[in-house]
Design a protein around this ligand. Structure first.
Ligand code: IVH
Length: 699
């Protein structure tokens, strides 16, 4: 649910308020009402996927409840929607023994193996024949066991080894599709104890987002959504878990036969429906099958269709429907005899590693790529696969000529999962990542404790486009007009090969370029020139040093008033600054040590950029024209149009091309035309160049 700014319209308070209620009772009642309204809305949004309240209304109700709970902490209940992420990060998880073990499933890989399984259980129950079976998708996630006591979620435990798991209740509470309180009809007493089991998983889009973020941060990528979900469930900080949007499908409910107002379901089909009425998300793609043929066609149908789902599945699960029959069949020491997983063919194949090449990403991350003998894998020909990073490479201990196993899961790019060392040619050479960037030749760096190796040369062609765009961005050097397309075309045409080259550009350099008129070229040159006035912290941020975002840049600039001072500082001195840790210090150090970056600094210095703090910190510099809008018209006596514009902008003003009621000043020069007429018409303040210079003086 997107949290928006609250709207102003009051929300009518629903529910009757009896006159004889004390204020406390009234408030208590209101809190209960809010909890229930919010729970219903959240269920409609997350589980039913059918929102029934506008976000803004939800947010107002949520805030009202939050305010009440803050004022009267006694009102805070464990199932309150405000309590999904509450507690402090855990120190570690405690191991807990499952009341009933979580068995795993026997696998079958084709219809024949399925029929073998069927024949085996039928031998034990010869009178049954072809029993009704429920087929469900096998979600590729992590099994969880959830305990509800008197309707309230009290415990969430991972599968672990099936006998002992980890108590991750705090994290489970952040999963929106897991109810904190079981849904029951008004007046119904919830069953005293229920255990619900199901699969926690990460939707594919969330998985992609997480890995993209990790790539940008330089953290090791998760190999697949299941690992990412497992890693997330074991996060000590529930806030991080909440951000990762885990989801959950319930498939098992365990409760004593006599459970108050509820009778336990007697077959799997009813159990799934019951789970749904209790407020859980249950996978809709389930089916009741009367024969092995029906099971086979369900399996075939989903072999293709599963690739259109927003989450990964790795097979189908077939469960005999009747619980009575399930009980009679029981378990082997590992598996239930009444269920089987029909898996899809492994999307892993062996092939030969011919070579390893190295790619340099826009953030400088060096990714080794396996060059393979082409193989058919999950319907496509694969000849390259990612090896992720140096750590992964070291783990695999790759030798050229090795036989490797390549995997492709769903939408994910193929990867090398393991090597078969017994098949290694005797003279095979171990592969080592190069010590220098293959694009620019500068030494690469691998910060301690990190998986990713990087090129940190800001002028490396591979990372140039990313670094130029960052340099030009609003919070950095703020070069308006220098966007992604332009940056890329300048790099492609070798107009620039370093940030510093921007400051050597002339009109003659730009005019021959495609789609570059004189006006645009001038505008860009002006914007570039203007960036020379951006203060030192912005320049430092613009350099794009890893881990130095705008806040850290400001902190560093406060302690090191110039690039020279920062370049000369030793790592421990940098690390000692409040808010800067050893990791950042190391990254800064490595950046300044690189000769190519030293040259960049020297050239920027020569070009007149602010590589040192001015006597007045930027924040205190006066901006006399802040918020004022100017239009320039006619020829000014001394200032060129571009100069006047630059000076107005430096003083915080805006310069617009057209006159409107929002214009504060029209600066009028000789031969002013229609703009002056419009200014007359609107009664705007008109000033001369001399008056403009007067206004600028305070800056
Ligand atoms: S039933 C005894 N149903 O697959 C019953 N499991 O390989 C065992 N899984 O540990 C579980 N989707 O983590 C069941 N619809 C589904 C499932 C499912 C995924 C997982 C579960 C289990 C593993 C066995």
């Amino acid at each position: 649910m997107v949290l928006e700014q609250a709207e102003q319209a009051p929300i009518p308070k629903t529910g009757t308020q009896k006159a004889d209620q004390t204020p406390d009772q009234k408030i208590e009642k209101r809190a209960a009402e809010l909890r229930s309204q919010l729970q219903k809305a959240s269920y409609a949004y997350y589980v039913l996927d059918a929102p029934d309240l506008p976000d803004s209304v939800y947010d107002r109700l949520y805030r009202e409840l939050q305010d009440l709970e803050e004022q009267y902490p006694a009102l805070q209940t464990a199932d309150s929607p405000t309590q999904r992420v509450g507690a402090e990060p855990a120190e570690q998880f405690t191991s807990v023994r499952h009341n009933i073990p979580l068995y795993s499933l026997e696998n079958a890989f084709d219809t024949e193996e399925y029929l073998d399984w069927q024949a085996r259980w039928q031998r034990l129950e010869p009178d049954v024949g072809e029993a009704t079976a429920v087929t469900e998708l096998k979600i590729d996630g992590n099994a969880l066991a959830l305990t509800y006591e008197n309707g309230m979620l009290t415990r969430g435990v991972t599968r672990g080894d099936g006998v002992v798991g980890e108590d991750i209740t705090q994290n489970v509470r952040t999963i929106r599709t897991i109810p904190l309180r079981l849904h029951t009809e008004a007046g119904q007493t919830p069953p005293p104890i229920v255990e619900v089991r199901g699969e926690a998983f990460l939707p594919l889009d969330v998985f992609d987002d997480i890995n993209q973020k990790r790539e940008a941060e330089g953290t090791a990528l998760f190999a697949n959504p299941r690992n990412a979900a497992a890693g997330t469930l074991r996060q000590l900080d529930a806030k991080v878990v909440a951000e990762r949007r885990l989801d959950f499908f319930a498939y098992t409910v365990l409760m004593p036969a006599g459970s108050g107002d509820f009778s336990a379901p007697t077959d799997q089909w009813a159990a799934l429906e019951f789970l749904q009425t209790l407020g859980f998300r249950v996978n809709p793609n389930r089916k009741r099958c009367q024969s092995a043929t029906e099971v086979a066609s369900y399996y075939d149908e989903w072999e293709e269709k599963r690739h259109d789902l927003p989450y990964l599945t790795d097979g189908v699960v077939v469960k005999l429907n009747s619980f009575e029959l399930q009980d009679r069949l029981g378990f082997t020491n590992k598996f239930p005899r009444w269920a089987i997983a029909l898996k899809y063919p492994a999307e892993e194949v062996p092939t030969i590693l011919n070579d390893v090449t190295v790619q340099v990403g826009r953030t400088g991350a060096i990714t080794p790529v396996a060059e393979l003998n082409p193989v058919q894998l999950a319907g496509t020909t694969v000849s390259r696969a990612t090896l992720h990073n140096a750590d992964r490479l070291a783990e695999l201990d790759l030798h050229l000529g090795d036989t490797v196993i390549v995997r492709k899961a769903g939408e994910i790019i193929p990867e090398v999962v393991r090597v078969l060392p017994t098949l290694r040619p005797t003279d095979a050479i171990a592969y080592q990542l190069p010590a220098n960037c293959p694009v620019c030749g500068q030494p690469v760096v691998k910060p301690e404790g990190e998986a990713v190796t990087r090129c940190v040369n800001q002028s490396c062609r591979a990372i140039l486009s990313g670094s130029l765009r960052h340099w030009a961005s609003r919070d950095a050097l703020d070069i308006s007009g220098l966007g992604e397309r332009l940056v890329q075309s300048w790099i492609d045409q070798s107009v620039v090969s370093s940030i510093a080259d921007l400051y050597d550009l002339t009109l003659e350099d730009l005019l021959p370029l495609e789609r570059m008129g004189k006006q645009l070229a001038n505008k860009l040159l002006q914007a570039i020139a203007l960036s020379k006035q951006r203060p030192w912290p912005k320049v430092l941020y613009g350099l794009g040093i890893r881990l130095v975002g705008s806040t850290n840049a400001q902190i560093l600039a406060d302690s090191f008033p110039s690039a020279a001072a920062l370049a000369a500082a030793d790592e421990s001195a940098i690390a000692q600054i409040y808010g800067i840790g050893p990791e950042i210090a190391q990254s800064v150090r490595q950046w300044f040590q690189l000769p190519a970056n030293q040259e960049l600094i020297a050239r920027l210095q020569a070009a007149g950029l602010q590589l040192a703090a001015t006597t007045q910190p930027a924040s205190q510099q006066t901006q006399p024209l802040a918020g004022k809008s100017f239009v320039l018209t006619g020829t000014l006596p001394t200032l060129k149009r571009a100069e006047a514009k630059a000076q107005i902008q430096a003083a915080g003003g805006r310069v617009s091309g057209s006159v409107s009621t929002k214009t504060d000043y029209v600066v009028v020069g000789e031969n002013a035309g229609s703009k002056q007429a419009k200014a007359d018409e609107l009664g705007l303040t008109q000033i001369s160049e001399a008056e403009l210079i007067e206004l600028l003086k305070d800056s």
